[in-house]
Design a protein. Structure first.
Length: 105
């Protein structure tokens, strides 16, 4: 069984996702440096890769990330971040550092 290595933070934000035959929007939560949970407007399937635009609170431009669907439950699903540009990784790291003073799960 794979164990989570990074803390999750209960922040809410919107995202757009694009798959091979899917375009959707969702509300993300439980953010970590490794991924997040999403409540989407449609069903996706485990194993799908999705291109994401994350609209993090307080940031003007969206982050672009490629992620894999790790689990699904109806329209809820978990994502593991696969690829992002180094500057996007740094933006995410800085954003999460602002959350570290708050509660984790």
């Amino acid at each position: 069984m794979e164990r989570r290595v990074s803390a999750r933070y209960p922040v809410q934000f919107t995202l757009d996702f694009l798959g091979q035959h899917t375009v959707g929007v969702g509300s993300a939560s439980d953010l970590s440096t490794e991924g997040c949970a999403v409540e989407g407007n449609l069903v996706v399937h485990k194993g799908w890769n999705l291109e994401l635009r994350l609209y993090l609170p307080g940031q003007d431009l969206p982050m672009e990330v490629v992620a894999a669907v790790q689990w699904t439950k109806g329209q809820k699903f978990g994502l593991k971040f696969l690829r992002m540009e180094p500057e996007q990784q740094e933006r995410l790291r800085r954003f999460i550092s602002t959350l570290e003073a708050g509660p984790t799960r």
